[in-house]
Design a binder for this molecule. Sequence first.
Ligand code: NAP
Length: 255
Amino acid sequence: MPELLAGKTALILGVANKWSLAYAIAQAFHREGAKLLLTYQGDRQKETVGELGSALNAAAIFECDVTREEDLTRLAETVRQHGRLDALVHSIAFANREDLTRPFLETSREGFTLAQDVSAYSLVSTARTVAPLMTEGGSVITLSYLGATRVVTNYNVMGVAKAALEACVRYLSSDLGPSNIRVNAISAGPVKTASARAVAGLSKMLESMPTRAPLRRNCTPEEVADTAVFLASDLGRGVTGNVLFVDAGYQVMGF
Ligand code: NAP
């Protein structure tokens, strides 16, 4: 079978370790022939992401904290050195742990702003940074969750950030569509990762999926990654402004 991403270059933000959804996406993109540019957030991740990226022959592995303007400037410079960009995968989110355990009503202004900045605004700032490098069109992909539109116990401030993120997807798709840059979100079902572990009650969510979801199981990182391949490839050329659920169908269920 031909490689779906042969000749394409993808920038992937959010690999922290081998459990990260961004890592599953990087593996799938590598399998499909993409050239990879990976970022990590801080020195803490440098060695791990360096090793994971080298195993995937990543062309660049560099630091980018999306809250720092100077990092976004460096991001643009580093990506430019690799020529045209075809895909941006934004797989990052952050909220203070206490805001994912106590009632949403108790969310502080600082905690609210931080979650919005890292988890939603960063899609706007990174898309703006790399869009000029997508000279032959491109695909911007972010990761969302059902808590954007439904109340999920303890998801709280992150649910509000994901609601903003999904709205950003729609507005960005309108701005970038004339440049043939598509913008979509994948709404993944729960997967045990470092970020997900910060949400109190993750285990209960994972346990309820096989009893409630139409496919009677949890979704896998590989399924999320293959959907990202579709969106980054020419097969997804007509899809923009969407939220695609990869959650074993859980989102359609009522009582
Ligand atoms: P993860 O491995 O912990 O990935 C989250 C990433 O965000 C980490 O690499 C983290 O870096 C990075 N990050 C946090 N603050 C950042 C900043 N200021 N600048 C740059 N990077 C920053 O967890 P994940 O589950 O794969 O999360 C990836 C995405 O999928 C998130 O948007 C998450 O909300 C979404 N998602 C996850 C699930 C799930 O159940 N796992 C379901 C639906 C959607 P550090 O580790 O250094 O903080």
